[in-house]
Design a protein around this ligand. Sequence first.
Ligand code: MG
Length: 344
Amino acid sequence: MQAAHIAFNLELKHPFAISGFSRTSTPLLLLRLKYENADGYGEASMVPYLGESYSSAEAFLAKVDWGHFTAPFSFPEVIRYLDSIATGNSAIKAAIEIALNDINGKLLEKPCHEIYGADPTKMPVTSYTLGIDTPEVLKEKVADAKEFKVLKVKLGSANDKEIIQTIRSVSNLPLYVDANQGWNDRKKAIDLIYWLHDQGVLFIEQPMDKANLDGNAWLTGRSPIPILADEAVQRLSDLDKVKGAYHGINVKLMKSGGMYEAHQMILKARSYGMKVLIGCMSETSVATQAGIALAPLCDWADLDGPYLTKNNPFAPPVLENGRYKLEDLPGLGLKGLPVNLFHP
Ligand code: MG
């Protein structure tokens, strides 16, 4: 196994604000592994709240013994090995694991989605995310979202109703809401959730602080629409902690450490009768394509990374009528591989 990696600063089309902070770009580590004749691509998206950085990711890579990975890959064993190097570091673990999945598909001559049993005809529509912004910019962003059939709105600021009213003045698409832990009064939150339901909102992500299990569970017991855990659930082992407190979970590859564990989380959540959203960070086509491969196994998808950024070096995943199209290509099915990206 040969490995090459580069730092890549992924620039956002608009400054992205959610409840709590704002940013204009996201540091990535792009990884290419080569095994026999197969190339595999991986990506670590280091969003600030997960605590990783390019230097922590590089330090992790330096500890990896690439000779450890030989085909046929056992993904439970890959995960055990990566976890044995260090705890945390889920984004760089995801980069390695996604690249191995890409190689695995190429060696088996099968698309990743087929390996994970995902039927492309069951692809959910994917949402386009609107960060917290002024009414003028929100309207511009809605205009940018022409290819999408559902919008995800970030709330948790002082003017949540105004944000929804602004969007409703220019769009009647169904909405998802992500409060990013921004609500702290449960009674006000449940009143707002009923109002949002009347405005065509289909679910609410992480309404209250991730540590406030009681508050989130109180809302789950009363909400007319599903309440999903995002920040409160990172990996498979977190699922038991939120069981019963939320209607469902938001699975992301940068949290789970890659595709295999994300797939396990989807199956386990289902076995608990929970709903599943598959989400993403600010990502290029690499990690997004890996998420798309699992999306048909989920109720909802929020995989808009390549559409919210302006320098994705790969060809964007293909959208048709608001749904991603999965093609019969081996591995992740990435296209438009940039020449010399790893050999500047
Ligand atoms: Mg979220």
